[in-house]
Design a protein around this ligand. Structure first.
Ligand code: 26Q
Length: 807
């Protein structure tokens, strides 16, 4: 194998770069530099960078073909990518050069970066994980494709009116998307409904409706441009454009029907991330993605191979949760009905190809489809699902009677995904144990070894190098280059944590990030924050199990103490919240409103103004995370133990030198093991204790009665202290804590408060704080998504990296 240095290929003089940008401005945008708007410059720079991605992209694809390599297909209903421009610049090593060149042209690169809309094609953790994994596959040289839906509208935009969440449609495709290549020639028909014909054993599905899936490709470039993969997003188009006959007869609505069905399919991302609802359109979206992807995969395989029984030698398909779990039945259908294979062979190939990642234990989030709906939308698949289930029952006669893919007139997608896969993985050590013990105990006993763990990871390129240039420069000055794609090297920082000069520089980087955030917070929320105060941050989707409410109640308790004893000595804090609630999730929306109501009262209080501020910038998304996380001192990871599968925000914060206050939940357990118990503020019930605590009838009431501070806080809220215009506003919320409190806010409240006092005590010793923060950064390398992807490649996909780590 010839060794060449693609990094050298990327080397670019500033003159060439400038000429390329100006050429795009002129010929792609049709603009004279003197008349170019911010938008024109952004497009010109984006196209210039995209041009640089093409060579490594072609090279990677050619090598995969030439070496007949096995490839990975990551099927996900969500890819929460965020902005691409600066990520591409950083990975190509061109960030500083572009900054210079644009500066000379009188254009601000950071303004261009801020002008790009976020690609918010995901809800939260699961979608962002898919984006980190795409970037890591490109960095380690794992031949792979992401398959998703090109939603016209991503996750809704959030604003607050009178403290309440108001949703508006997101519109990322409003301006041209310079990163994608349309592939109108790559198109597949996707069917729905209709009936099944059986002619002497030759079964065929005759759909009643069809749409066409067309491909839109975005190249995903890895670190230093050594490899690139493709994110292929499917858009829906009508099969028949228009029924002219109907139109001429005056039936305008009916004439546009096929068009309407198609457009709704890829119109909008479902904004629920926890409660599952059996909506027909969602099932159609899931099948749309899955069928298009599998048809594309088989077509590509057959381009170079004949024998589909060898499919698993060249193809690994990863299902990101059960959302694409119709892949099992669909692959069997394609193999049997379209390629004349027998059922047993097709099932066995399917199992060797597919694998399934589980991201949740919460029963209300598990996908189950009513058999009548599945039978009506996908009649052939319903038959195949019944076949798979009876095959499994026959093959495992000792399968308990309550186990099955189809039960109580529902298709259980988790069981379907399990049975049609060769590996099932959880996303943290604790979560994987719970998947075995609580979610699939019977299937785990029948298929020992099928369930494995792959602890989540995040990409250090975006989440450290790009988002935190101040800390990144310090790291490079201290341990040299190359930690970005070899994050274990961050441990070399440990040798410097006794060095006062290094700790000062570490503190100064954090301080610089906080100063930037202060200006931004003022702009976004009107709240003035002191950069010397502790920045205490909880940003994530709003959900009861994540316990933003416990954080807020504790904040109110602190505020109360300060007001009662205004001559006391308090460690100043800025409490920062961020996150969206699913539009139909009433309890989560009440929590949002309460945070905003409390913030309004607290921020105006002259007594506490030097000690406590609350900021809730609206519309939390990837690009806001990139501003908030590097500026955080304290990371709130306080979910009820046993409920957060992993968390990935927890990793981003610790990597950026925030200390964590958290429960023994999800990946917190492993983060604490790695960074050291003395560098992590642990509190609260364990998963086991939480489950037992819940069985005790009066758990909430007894905890509240035992805690005067909690009683006082609940009383203030119940009396309308924060909602004087409507004193009853939080009656339900407070009533729920007293009488049900499934997520154990009351039971963990005192332990949480005590842990917060430890946090205060340490923050009052800046050198000790800085040392522990630096140790967090130094010991977080394990949580790089490169490590996670290598784990998937070895344990699930059996794919060897095309780039050896030394290259
Ligand atoms: C399902 C059916 C219909 C409509 C929507 C959905 C749906 C959509 C998104 C269900 C769940 C999700 C997202 C789940 C998610 O983000 N889970 C998180 O995954 C992260 C990555 O593994 C973990 O770190 C988090 O702990 C987990 O909550």
């Amino acid at each position: 194998m010839t060794k060449h240095d693609p990094v050298a290929d990327l080397a670019l003089s500033s003159e060439t770069l400038e000429a390329e940008i100006l050429r795009h401005l002129k010929f792609t945008l049709g603009k004279d530099p003197s008349h170019a708007a911010l938008y024109d410059w952004r497009m010109a720079v984006s196209y210039t960078l995209r041009d640089r991605v093409v060579a490594p992209w072609f090279a990677a694809t050619r090598r995969t073909w030439a070496e007949d390599r096995k490839r990975v297909y990551y099927l996900s209903m969500e890819f929460l990518i965020g902005r691409i421009l600066q990520d591409a610049a950083v990975n190509l090593g061109l960030n500083d050069l572009i900054d210079d060149v644009l500066g000379r042209l009188g254009v601000s690169f950071s303004e261009l970066v801020e002008d790009e809309p976020d690609a918010a094609l995901g809800n939260g953790g699961l979608g962002r994980l898919a984006a980190c994994y795409m970037e890591s596959m490109a960095t380690v040289g794992c031949p792979g494709y992401g398959y998703g839906i090109r939603y016209e509208h991503g996750l809704f935009r959030q604003r607050f009116e009178g403290g309440r969440q108001v949703e508006a449609p997101e519109d990322w495709l409003n301006t041209r998307n310079p990163w994608e290549f349309d592939r109108p020639e790559v198109a597949y028909e996707i069917g729905f409904k209709g009936h099944v014909e059986d002619r002497e054993g030759r079964v065929r599905w005759i759909p009643g409706e069809t749409v066409v899936a067309t491909a839109h490709d975005t190249p995903v470039i890895g670190w230093r441009g050594r490899w690139a993969n493709t994110l292929r997003l499917w858009g829906a188009k009508p099969t028949t454009l228009f029924d002219l006959g109907r139109f001429n007869r005056g039936d305008y609505a009916a004439a546009a029907e096929p068009e309407a069905l198609a457009r709704t399919l890829s119109r909008v991302l479902y904004p629920d991330d926890t409660t599952y609802q059996g909506k027909e359109l969602r099932l159609k979206q899931e099948f749309f993605l899955t069928s298009a992807a599998l048809q594309d995969i088989i077509r590509r395989f057959l381009d170079t191979h004949k024998d589909l029984t060898k499919l698993a030698d060249l193809v690994a398909v990863q299902m990101n949760d059960t959302h694409p779990a119709i892949a099992g039945p669909e692959l069997i259908r394609l193999l049997c009905d379209e390629h004349a294979m027998d059922f047993d062979t097709a099932l066995s190939i399917t199992q060797r190809v597919l694998a399934y990642t589980n991201h949740t234990l919460m029963p209300e989030a598990l996908e189950r489809w009513a058999t009548y709906l599945m039978g009506s939308v996908l009649p052939r698949h319903m038959q195949i699902i019944e076949h798979i289930d009876s095959w499994h029952r026959r093959t495992f006669p000792n399968r308990p009677h309550w186990v099955g893919i189809v039960k109580h007139h529902e298709v259980r997608m988790g069981d379907l995904a399990f049975v049609t896969s060769h590996k099932v993985n959880g996303v943290s050590a604790l979560h994987t144990d719970l998947v075995k013990e609580t979610l699939f105990p019977e299937l785990n006993a029948l298929h020992p070894g099928r369930i494995i763990n792959q602890t989540n990871g995040v990409t250090p390129r975006r989440w450290l190098r790009m988002a935190n240039p101040a800390l990144s420069s310090l790291i490079t000055e201290t341990i040299g280059e190359g930690w970005e794609d070899d994050a274990d090297r961050l441990t070399e920082l440990e040798a410097h944590v006794a060095d006062a000069g290094f700790l000062d520089a570490f503190g100064a980087a954090k301080r610089a990030n906080k100063e930037r955030l202060v200006a931004w917070l003022k702009d976004e929320t009107g709240v003035s924050a002191d950069p010397a105060a502790m920045f205490d941050v909880q940003v994530k989707r709003i959900h009861e199990y994540k316990r933003q409410l416990m954080n807020l109640l504790q904040t109110v308790a602190d505020w109360h103490v300060m007001r009662e004893a205004p001559n006391g000595n308090y460690v100043p804090r800025v409490k920062i919240f961020g996150g969206k609630a699913a539009p139909g999730y009433y309890a989560a929306k009440q929590i949002i409103r309460l945070i905003n109501d409390v913030a309004r009262v607290v921020n105006e209080d002259p007594v506490t103004r030097d000690w406590l501020k609350i900021a809730y910038p609206p519309n939390y998304n990837v690009s806001k995370a990139e501003k908030l996380i590097p500026a955080a001192d304290l990371s709130e990871q306080i979910s009820t133990a046993g409920k957060e599968a992993s968390g990935t925000g927890n990793m981003k914060f610790a990597l950026n030198g925030a200390l964590t206050i958290g429960t023994l939940d999800g990946a917190n357990v492993e983060i604490r093991e790695r960074v050291g118990a003395e560098n992590f503020f642990l509190f609260g019930l364990t998963a086991e204790e939480a489950a037992r605590r819940r069985e005790f009838q009066d758990h909430a009431r007894s905890a509240i009665l035992a805690s005067q501070p909690l009683q006082d806080v609940l009383q203030m809220i119940a009396e309308g202290r924060f909602s004087p215009e409507e004193p009853n506003r939080y009656h339900d919320l407070v009533h729920n804590i007293w009488n049900s409190d499934y997520f154990l806010v009351a039971s963990d409240f005192d332990a949480y408060s005590a842990a917060q006092r430890e946090v205060d005590a340490l923050y009052a010793r800046p050198a000790d704080w800085a040392r522990r923060a630096a140790l967090n950064t130094a010991r977080m390398g394990f949580f790089s998504s490169d490590r996670a992807i290598r784990g998937y490649m070895k344990d699930i996909w059996s794919v060897k990296p095309a780039l050896d780590p030394e290259a």
